[in-house]
Design a protein around this ligand. Structure first.
Ligand SMILES: [Zn+2]
Length: 171
């Protein structure tokens, strides 16, 4: 993946500089290749505040990305809106690298910080394991033709389910 979201470290203001990157549908498609999720049809955005701190740079990032997955219950398209914020301290890549035990610390080379990998990583982190088209999705089996899928001998049991309305009237 080419580095499209680059920040030039030497141009940063002392108090921090703000950037807005457009996560285009094309970029998303490339970034999500091989994943069970695809772009939702519109561009996403990544707002970044980059603040120098000595030779390090603190990156504060807010991602908003519309995506589309497959509902695990009914297999219809499910909207997934990623809305995520995170902060990472970027450290210049030096010859000797310290023990890599700090997850919130990344390195950059030269005087440019590339954010493509970070953006992709955090988008994937936010994607739910079991996407749903809606909170109350009943799934395909309980949708359009419930009785057709039930063993005829068990059909009477399906009628025993008490509707929500009836329950609240009794209470
Ligand atoms: Zn569904």
């Amino acid at each position: 993946m080419g580095g499209r979201f680059a920040i030039a470290v030497k141009d940063l203001a002392v108090g921090g500089s703000d950037f807005v990157f457009s996560l285009t549908v094309d970029w998303l498609r490339e970034a999500l290749e091989g994943c069970e999720i695809e772009p939702g049809g519109a561009d996403g955005s990544m707002k970044v505040r980059a603040t120098p701190s000595g030779s390090d740079v603190l990156i504060q990032c807010a991602l908003k990305v519309p995506l589309r997955a497959t509902c695990v219950r009914c297999l219809e398209p499910a909207k997934v809106d990623v809305d995520s914020s995170f902060a990472v301290l970027m450290t210049p890549c030096l010859a000797e690298s310290p023990a890599d035990d700090d997850a919130d610390r990344e390195t950059f080379e030269g005087d440019e910080i590339l954010l493509d990998g970070l953006a992709r990583e955090h988008i994937l982190l936010e994607v739910p394991m079991s996407p749903l088209c809606s909170e109350g999705c009943a799934g395909a089996a309980l949708g359009a033709q419930p009785k057709a899928r039930i063993d005829p001998r068990l059909a009477p049991l399906a009628d025993l389910v008490i509707p929500e309305g009836a329950k609240s009237k009794k209470a």
